[in-house]
Design a protein around this ligand. Sequence first.
Ligand SMILES: Nc1ncnc2c1ncn2[C@@H]1O[C@H](COP(=O)(O)OP(=O)(O)OP(=O)(O)O)[C@@H](O)[C@H]1O
Ligand SMILES: [Mg+2]
Length: 266
Amino acid sequence: MSGAATAPAALAAEGLTKRFGGFTALDGVSLAVPEGSITGLIGPNGAGKSTFFATVAGFLRPDGGRVWLRGQEVTGAPPWRLHRAGLARTFQIPRLFGRLTVAENLAVAAPDQPGERLPRPWFARRRIREEERALRARVMAVLERLNLARHADAPATALSGGQKKLVELGRALMSGASLILLDEPAAGVNRTLLREIAATIARLNREDGITFLVIEHDLDLVAELCHPVHCMAEGRVIASGSMAEVRADPTVAEAYLGMALEPDAS
Ligand SMILES: Nc1ncnc2c1ncn2[C@@H]1O[C@H](COP(=O)(O)OP(=O)(O)OP(=O)(O)O)[C@@H](O)[C@H]1O
Ligand SMILES: [Mg+2]
């Protein structure tokens, strides 16, 4: 298993391959997310970063390669099983329940909700009410941490793009995940909110011991937050190390430059 020293990596992939028809989106990706780290995943548009997330989180079936979660092989496991094992992901474009409030969007992400095991006898109703109160308290605590408490009872559709990203993070936290994959947490977010998101991720990592794998195009944010950093291009990992090392790698510069030049070349 790649990246394994004494403790197994929180997440490790080896030779992961995913094809869409004749197109190879992941071409033998091997990388590790050390336990307790905030690991970065960078690379130009279309590099395969979101596909990597979808494949390790069980949303897409790999065509080859293997995935381990804390040393246990989970290749091809369905999302619910990985979720139970402590893995949560957010989506590049937030997927919230538009007809539910912000608080309800978090509440439905809790693993064991009151009233879920229906039917229940009449004498259990008081217990359900108590469980519901406890759940609401947990939801509010998470919303406080994300600075969203004042929006708790607003419909999720009323939030800004950046706030929706935070709600997705909140949903991952409600699930009790110990490994969270964040797909572009800072995309479309203003500088102030971006600072807040960065501080929140760092705090959750430091205080709650949550391991993160973060896809992000804001390389300054990655430099500040992430170690190690993996850079992908055209379905492969082309560099890994500290952000400084990855930035200094000529193949990385070339991959990004190639993208920048593309519109002129076409
Ligand atoms: N379901 C799919 N069917 C066909 N092709 C797909 C599918 N999902 C992704 N792709 C292709 O795979 C490649 C990698 O896409 P992916 O979304 O993983 O890139 P990315 O690195 O996340 O890019 P970005 O930074 O723009 O989000 C792209 O060329 C994309 O068009
Ligand atoms: Mg993507």
